[in-house]
Design a protein around this ligand. Structure first.
Ligand code: ZN
Length: 147
């Protein structure tokens, strides 16, 4: 709710005004590419890769393709984008796999620390995927749809 201050002579009134648009949706978002530094403007142009499979980095489609050719990229980054096909599949399957594996490890060894570690490793791709959606994809989609 937004409040508007109205002045009538010596009387000050504060009136509530209904918001017409969702204020977060109205904001223009700036999502700079981690390679060229320019803004990523279209939802379809966003490609996310993860450094060591841990830290998400965002690129234009073209910049991502350029990145893929570099040796450093091939060593330190996961070889598929987080926010497309394979990344989505991994995000869903990895926690399930980790739960199964953790259960088996627990039955066999009763090493709680190992089970926790497996759980964390397994859940991370899903956390990463949701983070990318919430932080970059969703704002881009809503920003794009109002233009
Ligand atoms: Zn770029």
């Amino acid at each position: 709710m937004i409040y508007v201050r109205v002045r009538l002579g010596s009387i000050n009134l504060t009136l509530p005004v209904k918001e017409r648009y969702n204020s977060t949706a109205m904001e223009r978002v700036y999502i700079p590419c981690d390679r060229c530094g320019n803004d990523i403007e279209y939802p379809d142009d966003l490609m996310v890769s993860a450094l060591w499979g841990l830290i998400p980095k965002k690129y234009h489609r073209v910049c991502y393709a350029e990145r893929e050719k570099e040796v450093v990229y091939q060593i330190f980054y996961q070889t598929y984008p987080v926010n497309f096909g394979m990344g989505n599949l991994v995000a869903v399957l990895s926690p399930l796999l980790a739960i199964g594996l953790a259960w088996w490890v627990w039955q066999e060894t009763h090493l709680f620390a190992l089970v926790v570690l497996l759980g964390l490793v397994g859940i991370w791709p899903l956390v990463l995927r949701l983070f990318v959606y919430w932080r970059w994809e969703r704002p881009l989609i809503s920003s794009f749809s109002i233009r």
